[in-house]
Design a protein around this ligand. Structure first.
Ligand code: SF4
Length: 189
């Protein structure tokens, strides 16, 4: 595997380990959620995550890729004609499961439990967790599990910088998962 992808895989592994520990700490599970986070319009900001996702999509058969591409194009159309808080299922979710689970982007791995993050201006952002967490677990007696996202974002930015330099990429990157899928699977004309 390319060294940038290997490094990203390590970052994802570290996220998954901390996330699992947080879930155990809170005794919290996604099962039974009526507010599937896969319908949220998340943006991704790195080329390296698109490359990693493309590794997962490569493993699918050609018919499945065509099916997903059609779904992704539909989602992009809906996103482009709706307010930013529109809720529409990710084209990579089938029957409630992510079909590229091992290659899903960072936000899919990290969303759900409360977190903190140090911003560039040294302010600290706190997140309360997802809808289900707020309803089931968030209360004044809750023991906070230290989930500091900062290191993951910093490490991801380093890998992205190296990738951009090696490929001479200069444009800003901002895509939804559906847009990523279209970029990866749409035949280049
Ligand atoms: S990539 Fe997978 S986990 Fe992320 S929103 Fe899509 S289906 Fe859900």
């Amino acid at each position: 595997m390319d060294k940038h992808l290997t490094r990203l895989a390590e970052i994802y592994k570290a996220i998954d380990n901390l996330y699992d520990a947080a879930m155990r700490h809170y005794d919290f599970r996604c099962e039974g959620c009526v507010d599937n986070c896969c319908v949220t319009k998340f943006y991704h900001h790195t080329n390296i995550e698109e490359l990693y996702l493309s590794e997962g999509l490569k493993k699918l058969d050609e018919d499945k890729k065509k099916e997903i591409l059609l779904r992704a194009e539909d989602v992009v159309k809906i996103h482009n004609s709706s307010p930013d808080d529109v809720r529409v299922m990710c084209p990579l979710n089938e029957k409630g499961l992510c079909i590229v689970y091992e290659h899903r982007p960072m936000i899919c791995r990290i969303h759900g439990v409360p977190y903190q993050m140090f911003k560039k201006n040294m302010s600290i952002e706190f997140g309360t967790g997802c809808y289900k967490f707020i309803n089931e677990k968030l209360n004044e007696n809750m023991q906070y599990f230290m989930f500091n996202r900062t290191v993951f974002y910093v490490e991801m930015a380093k890998v992205e910088k190296e990738l951009r330099e090696s490929l001479n990429l200069t444009e800003d990157y901002k895509k939804t998962t559906a847009e990523m899928v279209v970029s990866i699977l749409k035949p280049k004309s």
